[in-house]
Design a protein around this ligand. Structure first.
Ligand code: AMP
Length: 325
């Protein structure tokens, strides 16, 4: 594994590289979450604010439930020849959404996942950070990149979302320092932002109850649920709903790891969300076309047999963890 050294001037290096280019594309990982989207929109808007003459685009699949963070751009791809790409919140090249269509010249990576592929001329990787938004806020506050209230709102939302409201262990004093600066220096009205993350229709709350009532829980402390299309129709919820609810099932006594399995029909594979509050899960996920953080991972197995093997491996990890408590 390559080791990334964070130089003292990483913030300035990033700023200088951005300054060099007239056309900049900001990307993030496929199947984005609020941290990925918020960091992408925040960086696009900060570059535009700082350098109004540059062409700056946020590209990748649009996700309608994230439109309050800002919208993806439309572009003629010929314009992007020789551009600079900045990829946020993604450690592996193949998961950078939209990159395959762009004839870029250089790339910057800003990420808080455990290191996977080296693909940027400049890489700012800190797996101990709470979120890509925390790292981006540091870049902005330590360089001449500008910030306004919208940009700060997005940075706050990404930090709160990926740290699961400051619950996960990647929340550090650095996280709070950045949040303090967003409130103190940009004067964000942070409590007014929570509905963007947490407001939900009543049928989702009912669906939440369905999950709680029907989870399979093994004697080793693994909880899992396989969802089929009928249940989404019955409750009138989107198939992506389990993914958005996975963090709600934390801190349940005697459950150490929990897993939601849905079908990704478009790509002919299963989408698996995995969380843990003890066993390390990203190494297991990586055996099943997946990866992620130590306690928050995902996988994309091709077959149900593979899904069942993943469940077995996770159950074994729970057993080992429980036996050593
Ligand atoms: P999710 O359960 O989709 O919220 O993902 C949790 C974490 O795992 C995020 O950091 C994702 O970027 C990462 N992740 C999800 N799916 C994959 C995958 N197939 N390969 C690598 N990392 C993944």
């Amino acid at each position: 594994m390559d080791v990334i050294t964070i130089t003292r001037n990483i913030y300035k290096d990033i700023y200088k590289k951005i300054k060099e280019y007239d056309t900049i594309v900001v990307l993030r990982h496929v199947s984005p979450d609020p941290d990925a989207i918020a960091s992408q929109i925040a960086l696009r808007d900060s570059i535009k604010l700082t350098f109004p003459k540059k062409k700056v685009y946020a590209l990748g699949a649009s996700v309608s439930r994230f439109k309050k963070y800002g919208l993806m751009d439309k572009v003629n791809y010929d314009e992007l020849k020789n551009s600079l790409v900045v990829a946020l919140d993604v450690p592996n090249l193949f998961r950078v959404d939209g990159l395959e269509y762009i004839e870029y010249k250089e790339m910057i990576k800003i990420d808080h996942h455990p290191f996977e592929d080296k693909f940027g001329e400049i890489e700012y990787v800190d797996p101990d950070a709470s979120s890509a938004c925390e790292l981006l806020a540091k870049v902005i506050f330590n360089s001449k990149l500008k910030i306004d209230k919208n940009i700060a709102n997005n940075l706050f939302l990404g930090i709160v979302s990926d740290s699961d409201r400051f619950l996960v262990d990647s929340t550090t004093k650095e996280t709070f320092k950045i949040v303090y600066k967003l409130i103190d220096e940009v004067d964000i009205d942070f409590t007014s932002l929570y509905p963007i993350l947490y407001e939900r229709p009543i049928n989702e709350i009912k669906f939440h109850g369905y999950i709680a009532n029907n989870l399979t829980i093994t004697e080793n402390g693994l909880a899992y649920m396989k969802f089929d299309a009928d249940i989404f129709n019955e409750y009138g919820v989107d198939p992506s709903t389990p993914s958005n609810m996975i963090n709600d099932f934390n801190n349940i006594k005697d459950i150490y790891s929990w897993v939601f399995i849905t079908t990704d029909e478009k790509n002919d594979q299963y989408k698996v969300n995995i969380r843990s509050r003890g066993p390390i899960i990203n190494e297991i996920a990586s055996k099943y076309n997946g990866g992620g953080h130590k306690f928050a991972s995902g996988a994309r197995p091709k077959t149900m047999e593979s899904v069942d093997n993943l469940i077995k491996d996770l159950d074994e990890a729970c057993k080992n963890y429980k036996d050593n408590l």
